[in-house]
Design a protein around this ligand. Structure first.
Ligand SMILES: *Cc1c(COP(=O)(O)O)cnc(C)c1O
Length: 493
């Protein structure tokens, strides 16, 4: 299995090299040259534990890693640090199933991939005889940053720098980040929104003189964002696992197609579902659920991607995005793996702020259904599902739930809502949805979630109120580069 760039498909590199580099130097994203097909029977696969499923699926993609090293990475990533031994349980909620991806250390789905990425990176560095210090540069809309730091904390040979939009994340998310422990973690609040921070991170990655300076210091950049293929591949695992659970419980017959509805931001999670489908997982439609930032919804409706519009702050902040980076990977397949054409679209997006897909290309997107949920619909859904089913959802999951119901008429087969965060992560939205007066403090809000959901406090929530604030840095977008340089310059401790 080799990997190439969406913007230059003459490139051929191994999985470990792609994971180490994160982004291709031409600004493109690494994609597999071919897709492995399912090579075991469902009779065998349906009884797999999450770890066995991960070993199998990752083994198909990471062909330059030995089976033993994949096993070691999987064992290190998925264990006691999750609060459910199934890792990704599937629960029935009304006419939907929810695939709960929030049982990891930071109670959002980013843990599914970021608990294993540091281990894959360490192995990849060793395999490539790379002794440079990896500097993980990450822009976050709230969840990636914390999950990445939890994964990379005190990993030898790495530093992690996280930029988050000041005022653009929930108070729990902010508190989780600024209390982060670890000698190699750095957190900086940026004046601007997530796109501003993400764009600047991409620029720093592609800044040749900065890269040279890093090399002189014995460092190199790497990415923990979903632009890194090492983040994407572990996300394929839970789509297989969900299917296996339905099969095992007799909810579906072998080969029966199911649908997934995915609350979408950077298009990483839903793209992993698409990869699963390309490998042969029986999937019919993928419902791409957006909030009031309807860039992707509009794209699926009209064929035009237009980022020139107001950026809206919503109650589902991890989906507040105008530039969904991983859409580029889908586009690559939609244009028949023509990297020149991808580059033209991406240049247009950069220069003009928009591009329009030809009818030919749009036809290739028929696996997807675009839907969106307004703020009002999202709040209402939280209340309705709680009243009817006694199940408390976070606002991101609620966006997907609304979209799943909206898409229902056009769907054949079961619909799985991909549940991306614990209700503990966004208590304010839930209080609002249940029309409860918002208490003064986070602690009281969380206490309320505890009463309503009956779910015990996850360790990350308990830790929030004990841990001291360790990070207070703030920067403008222009200052981000100086901060990176200063951090790199602090010699290895
Ligand atoms: C990151 C995130 C999303 C969006 O996922 P993408 O892979 O960026 O599309 C949705 N919900 C939550 C809670 C998230 O943290």
């Amino acid at each position: 299995m080799l990997y190439t760039s969406t913007r230059d498909n003459r490139i051929r590199i191994t999985a470990s090299q792609a994971i180490l580099q994160g982004l291709s130097e031409d600004g493109g994203l690494y994609v597999p040259v071919d897709f492995p097909r399912i090579n075991r029977t469902w009779q065998e696969v349906k009884n797999y534990t999450y770890q066995e499923m991960a070993e199998w699926v990752l083994g198909l993609f990471l062909t330059d890693f030995s089976a033993e090293s994949i096993k070691a990475c999987v064992q290190a990533a998925y264990g006691e640090n999750f609060d459910d031994e199934r890792m990704a349980p599937l629960v029935q909620v009304g006419d939907h199933y929810h695939l709960e991806l929030f049982h990891g250390q930071t109670i959002a789905f980013k843990d599914m991939a970021l608990s294993i990425l540091p281990h894959l990176m360490k192995k990849a560095a060793k395999m490539n005889h790379n002794t440079n210090e990896s500097v993980i540069l990450t822009a976050t809309s709230g969840d990636t940053g914390k999950a990445a730091m939890a994964g990379f904390k005190d990993v030898i040979g790495t530093k992690i720098i996280v930029f988050y939009p000041k005022g653009g994340v929930s108070s729990i998310q902010e508190r989780q980040m600024i209390t982060q422990e670890g000698e190699n973690t750095y957190v900086i609040a940026v004046e601007g929104n997530f796109d501003d921070a993400q764009n600047q991170v991409k620029k720093l990655f592609n800044d040749v003189s900065l890269r040279e300076k890093l090399a002189q210091e014995g460092c190199q950049f790497s990415s923990a964002n979903s632009m890194n293929i090492g983040r994407l591949l572990p996300q394929i695992v839970y789509y297989f696992y969900a299917y296996a659970q339905l099969l095992k419980e007799g909810q579906i017959k072998e080969g029966e197609k199911i649908n997934f509805t995915v609350p979408t931001g950077n298009f990483g999670n839903i793209l992993a579902a698409y990869y699963a489908k390309k490998m042969g997982l029986p999937v019919d439609k993928l419902v791409c659920a957006s909030n009031d930032n309807t860039v992707l919804y509009d794209l699926f409706q009209t064929g035009t991607y237009d980022r020139c519009r107001p950026f809206k702050l919503t109650i589902s902040p991890s989906m507040d995005i105008l530039i969904s980076s991983n859409f580029e990977r889908l586009l690559y397949y939609a244009v028949g793996e023509n990297s020149e054409e991808v580059k033209e679209y991406m240049d247009a997006l950069n220069l003009k702020g928009s591009y329009h897909l030809s009818d030919e290309v749009r036809k290739q997107l028929s696996d997807f259904v675009g839907e969106y949920a307004s703020e009002e619909e999202t709040l209402k859904e939280i209340g309705t599902v709680y009243t009817k089913e006694g199940y408390l959802m976070d606002p991101h999951t609620a966006v997907a739930s609304v979209c799943g119901h909206k898409a229902k008429k056009g769907l054949k087969g079961k619909n799985i809502i991909v549940s991306t965060a614990s209700p503990y992560k966004f208590p304010e939205a839930i209080l609002k949805a249940l029309a409860v007066e918002n208490p003064e403090t986070d602690r009281e809000r969380l206490e309320f979630i505890h009463q309503k959901s009956g779910i015990a406090f996850p360790p990350t929530i308990t830790a929030l109120f004990q841990a001291p604030v360790r990070h207070r840095m703030e920067a403008t977008v222009e200052e981000m580069k100086d901060y990176v340089l200063a951090i790199i310059h602090q010699k290895k401790k």
